[in-house]
Design a protein around this ligand. Sequence first.
Ligand code: FES
Ligand code: FES
Length: 164
Amino acid sequence: MPKAIKKKYISFILNGVNYEEEVDDRILLSDFIRINLGMTGTNIGCEHGICGSCTIHINGRAVRSCLSLAVEIDNCKVSTIEGISKKNQNLSIIQKNFKQYFALQCGFCTPGIIMTLSDYLYRNKNASEKQIKDVISGHLCRCTGYSSIIKAAIQSAKEINNNV
Ligand code: FES
Ligand code: FES
């Protein structure tokens, strides 16, 4: 007999805004973000933790939202690609360089890669090219062949290190 869905109240901060929501205890965080909260910048590809397109930040760390439940963000600080720009207006350093280096085509993978880099590059100020490639290797892109993404990431690392 299928287990009954239970509801739970959770409170969290998403992109700087306080939320209190009633959620099904088994809804995936990726679905909750897109369907309930309307943050459709978070894309869903594989739903198995492989493609990286659903990556968001929970308490500042990159997390695959398709592998989490919505109830797990209770009392957490969450960011999606919609909240990554400076004051939600200007492009972040990484977004600016993705634009500059034409590091996207269809853009499906882009929010997830930017969320991963936004976590990693600010925590690892002197990341090498190999480390950056290793981090990006956790994301699948069907369009760009990765070289423009890597160039944008390396330039972003330089600017973040120099506090440009
Ligand atoms: S949709 Fe989450 S890793 Fe692919
Ligand atoms: S730009 Fe199309 S999947 Fe990466």
